[in-house]
Every structure is written in C-alpha cells, then in structure tokens.
Design a protein around this ligand. Structure first.
Ligand code: ADP
Ligand code: MG
Length: 318
C-alpha cells in the first residue's frame, strides 16, 4: 500500500462535515471559512513514540489521545474546533495498526466535532504531529495573563488520575493493549477528554478572566498562569480532591503528589471573580475551588509555605 492509498483509505473524510471546511483532504491545501466576528485560534502538538506514548499502546487509543491532547489547548482558549491537520511519520505500513489508529482518531474527531482537513505522511520513527484550528469571538479568547487579584482559582475536573493510570500501566505494560479492561485511572491517562463542552458553556455563561489546561501538572501550569498575570496564589490544599481509586493505588501522600504534580489530566484551570462561582458551578458538572490569586509572586499553601512549581519539563536544567 503506497502513500496515496494510505491517505485515501485511512485519512480521507475523517470526522464530521462542518460548514467551515470548504475544501478538505486531497488538494494542495485546505480552505476554511471563518464566521464574521471570529478570530482563528491555532495550536500544534507532537506525540513522539516512547516520549509521549508507549509504542505498544492500543493504536485506537494513540489516535484518540493525540487529537484529544491537541484539542485541549483550544478548550483552554475558550475556542470551538473547526478542523485539524495530521503530520504522520510511520516506521512501516501496518494496516491493522493504521485501521485502529484512524478509527480512534475519527472517534475523537466526531466527539469534538473537529474534522481532519489535511496532513502529511512520511516514513521514519513513529511521530504524530497534530495542528488544531479553532474559532473564538473577537477579543473573547481566554489568555493566561488575564487573572486579577482576588480571583478564585478552580479546576473543572479531578487531578492526578492520569498519573495514576501511567503508574498502573508502567507496573503492568501488558495492560496498554487491554483497552476494554482499562480502569478509571488508565482511561484518564490513555483516553483523555478535552474539555470543550465546559469551555463552550463557560464562554457563554460566565466571565472567565484567565485559563490554562493542566497538561504538565497543577503547580507547573498554575505557575504559568500566575507568571503571565504577574500574581501569586494562596492555595487551600485541604480542598484538593483526591479520588478514592487514586488513593487506593498510591496511598494518600503519593495521591496528593500526583494531584499536585502529575500531568496529563487536561482539565481546565480557571480564574474568575467570587460572584461568578455559582454560575461556574452551574455550567460545569465538576468544579473544585483550590484557592485565590493574590498580589506578589509564587504559590503558598494554607500554612504560608512556598510550593515549588514542579511538573513535567522536556528540557530540565541540569
Ligand atoms: P503535497 O505533496 O502537495 O504536500 P501530499 O501528497 O503530501 O501533498 O498530500 C496530498 C493530500 O493529502 C493533501 O491534501 C494533504 O493535506 C493530504 N494528506 C497527506 N497526508 C495526510 C494525512 N496523514 N492526514 C490527512 N491528510 C493528509
Ligand atoms: Mg505533503
């Protein structure tokens, strides 16, 4: 099967038909039409084998997850998806793998209403580059720098579950293949859901001042938001939600560390005024308030101790 047959069979008409996409896969480039009064939102993510995912993971989940992770950045901007491109590097043509990978990708594309509009297919070490394109009403995108002194800080879902899932499959790598048997933690890690619905509802119904998606770990990502907003934060870690399944896998101390520093959860961390809390609670099924923004810099716990912004870093300083 040659390059063009692969594209035709696995990567043509993938995802929903949407009004924005006027020309998709098959020509030299795609054509998109934005609605009046909207800005284009663009982000790209790489999924590198053995760095972002294990080679022997169920390929359906590799496809689902690669797109989910990329779409999470659109959710964090408050944008709605309009399409994505796929730069795919494959070590060989494995039709069973391609079939499952493209089906997982298509399932996420349908779930998020985000069609595949183009890409590139090459030979080499397995690598999945996904660029997502979205739209947001002019001047309405959430940025990291928008937080205000006194704002509440909250996350829109549980933390640390994905780290628990990672630890679980590291202990028993055969589980990477057993998609139908994955527990809650493993699903959180291998089949994350970008919080696009929460983002759309919050964009409609509340005044979110700043947002970021939690990909590298709560403390690391919160520090990015605070630095961009030139603020510090006081956290009440007694309010940190610790899921019972996480506690039963890791014990309470490690579960707490996973919730603070584990990455890959892809929930939204948002900042907003006190009076918007009832609205935010109404718009999202899960909201955990963790603290508030204060003047100054750095993050402190309820005892006033400084917290290190530890999290994942591809290029840590020696
Ligand atoms: P070109 O040589 O002009 O870059 P390609 O042969 O790389 O064209 O691609 C042909 C068409 O197939 C283009 O529309 C391109 O966007 C699309 N395409 C190639 N690879 C992929 C892929 N992995 N997923 C989706 N579309 C793809
Ligand atoms: Mg090309």
């Amino acid at each position: 099967m040659d390059e063009f047959a692969i594209i035709r069979r696995y990567f043509t008409r993938l995802g929903p038909v949407t009004p924005e996409v006027q020309l998709g896969v098959g020509d030299d480039a795609a054509l998109l039409k934005l609605q009046a009064g909207e800005q284009l939102v663009v982000s790209v993510d790489s999924a590198v084998v053995e760095r972002h995912f294990f080679a022997n993971t169920d390929p359906w989940a590799i496809g689902w997850r690669a797109l989910a992770v990329a779409l999470s950045d659109l959710a964090a901007m408050g944008a709605r998806p309009i399409g994505f491109t796929l730069a795919l590097t494959l070590p060989q043509v494995d039709e069973a793998w391609l079939q499952a990978f493209s089906q997982g990708l298509a399932a996420q594309a349908e779930a998020s209403q985000c069609p595949l509009i183009g890409g590139d297919t090459t030979l080499g070490a397995l690598n999945i580059g996904i660029q997502v394109l979205g739209a947001v009403a002019n001047e309405r995108a959430w940025q990291r720098r928008g937080a205000r002194e006194g704002d509440l800080l909250a996350v829109t879902g549980p933390l640390g579950l994905a780290r628990g899932g990672l630890i679980s499959v590291q202990r028993d790598p055969a589980r990477l293949q057993q998609r139908n048997d994955w527990n809650l933690l493993e699903r959180s890690y291998l089949l994350p859901r970008p919080q696009l619905q929460e983002a759309a509802r919050l964009m409609q119904g509340a005044a979110i001042h700043a947002a970021i998606d939690v990909s590298d770990g709560l403390l690391a990502d919160l520090q990015h938001l605070l630095a961009a907003s030139a603020l510090g934060a006081e956290l009440d870690l007694s309010r940190l939600p610790l899921h019972p399944e996480l506690v039963s896998l890791l014990g309470e101390d490690e579960a707490r560390a996973a919730a603070l520093q584990g990455g890959d959860d892809y929930v939204l961390l948002i900042s907003f005024a006190d009076e918007d809390l009832p609205l935010v609670r109404n718009l999202c099924s899960e909201v955990f308030v963790l603290g508030r923004c204060v003047a100054g810099a750095g993050m402190r716990n309820e005892q006033g101790q400084l917290l290190k912004p530890a999290g994942y870093n591809h290029f840590p300083e020696p």
